[in-house]
Design a protein around this ligand. Structure first.
Ligand code: NAP
Ligand code: ZN
Length: 339
């Protein structure tokens, strides 16, 4: 039987290990994707450490998958072998639960999440529901498409659904894998864009990505600095630290919204009285559906949004993961397989 290389984690917190497995066959409604590139997202840590509900070991992480359809199962209309496709955090939707029947695709809790509650893209092949697929435009490489399928869609969707209008002040808190794409999307969506990160070293890169303003949150009070710019209509918080998120609340303008995308189990401190008068909102946001992924890829191809990446072969997944976790990646690690 033909085999493939995967990088798996066999118990919570264990190192990624190279394993040969049989190449899986797609079942009804599924396709097999030959993986060309897979981004390494901070959320992979929830699979690696087993912190996400429903993770079972061994698990193959990876939910920023770009490749080519290599086999199509029974009952899959509209997709064919050879198409270039991406797969993100969204594993498809069941069509029968209440959110699905109301048309809320990402409200579906019945489908497994690629790289989290099913095997993902740290592998040469991946089998997934056809409902999880997004078409990759011809002029976008697999390496560039990968990070757009989680880091990209999450920040693009947060901004485009925020209610903030072009010309208003949008801040991206945290300039990592998500944040460096968030800055580019904010600029291309027409916002006056503020990048907020710790220290001075990310300033030139943030400006290169198009940021109109840069706030070093270690050197100045981020809320006061945002107020000096007129107050933010939206802050997209991509950091992994709840205190850093809470520290921007005072920087919101009238009807300003803090959109939380970075994960943390710590509470965000907020004084109820402080958010009433200026009608502030705090909202969570999860990435999006496969058609949102496709929108993200198309918008990026159209406007020139591209991730800044460092590539490594699949076999060096542990090194890539460690580099991401240490905060040293500029800005997204991408695993590539023999194409
Ligand atoms: N909601 C969703 O759908 C969704 C989707 C994808 C990822 N996520 C989550 O989003 C977060 C970011 O993911 P990523 O892949 O962009 O991670 P990443 O590349 O590792 O970047 C981490 C970011 O967190 C910031 N950070 C780390 N420690 C911090 C601290 N002690 N204080 C303040 N900031 C700190 C860094 O800020 P500096 O720039 O200041 O160094 C950096 O921008 C993760 O929690 C991930 O799980 C959520
Ligand atoms: Zn992710």
């Amino acid at each position: 039987m033909a085999s493939m290389t995967v990088m798996q984690v066999s118990e919570p917190g264990a190192a990624l290990e190279l394993v040969e497995r049989p190449i899986p066959e797609p079942g009804p409604g599924e396709v097999r994707v030959k993986v060309q590139a897979c981004g390494v997202c901070h959320s992979d840590s929830m699979a690696v450490d087993g912190h996400f509900p429903g993770v079972t070991f061994p698990v193959v992480p990876g939910h920023e998958v770009a490749g080519v359809i290599d086999a199509v199962g029974e009952g899959v209309p509209g997709w064919s072998v050879g198409q270039r496709v991406g797969v993100g955090w969204f594993g498809g939707n069941c069509t029968y639960c209440e959110p699905c029947r109301r048309g809320d695709l990402i409200g579906c809790q019945n489908m497994p999440i690629p790289g989290v509650t099913m095997d993902g893209g740290y592998a040469e092949y991946l089998v997934c529901s056809a409902r999880a697929l997004a078409l990759i435009p011809d002029d976008l490489s697999a390496e560039d498409a990968g990070p757009l399928l989680c880091a990209g869609i999450t920040t693009f969707n947060a901004l485009r659904n925020s209610g903030a209008r072009a010309g208003s002040l949008a801040a991206i808190l945290g300039i990592g894998g998500l944040g460096h794409l968030g800055v580019q999307f904010a600029v291309k969506l027409g916002f006056e864009t503020v990048a907020i990160a710790r220290g001075k070293d990310k300033e030139p890169l943030a400006r290169e990505l198009g940021a109109h303003h840069y706030i070093d949150s270690q050197a100045e009070d981020a809320a006061a600095a945002l107020q000096a710019l007129g107050g933010a209509s939206v802050v997209v918080a991509t950091v992994t630290n709840a205190a850093a998120m809470g520290a921007t609340l005072g920087g919101l303008g009238l009807r300003g919204k803090l959109i939380v995308v970075g994960t943390s189990m710590e509470p965000i401190e907020v004084a109820p009285a402080a958010i009433i008068g200026r009608l502030h909102q705090i909202a969570g946001h999860a990435s999006g559906s496969s058609i949102d992924s496709q929108d993200t890829l198309a918008f990026s191809a159209l406007t020139g949004v591209r991730p800044m990446i460092e590539t490594m072969p699949l076999e060096r997944a542990q090194e890539a993961y460690d580099r991401m976790m240490s905060g040293d990646a500029r800005f997204r690690m991408v695993l590539v397989t023999g194409q």
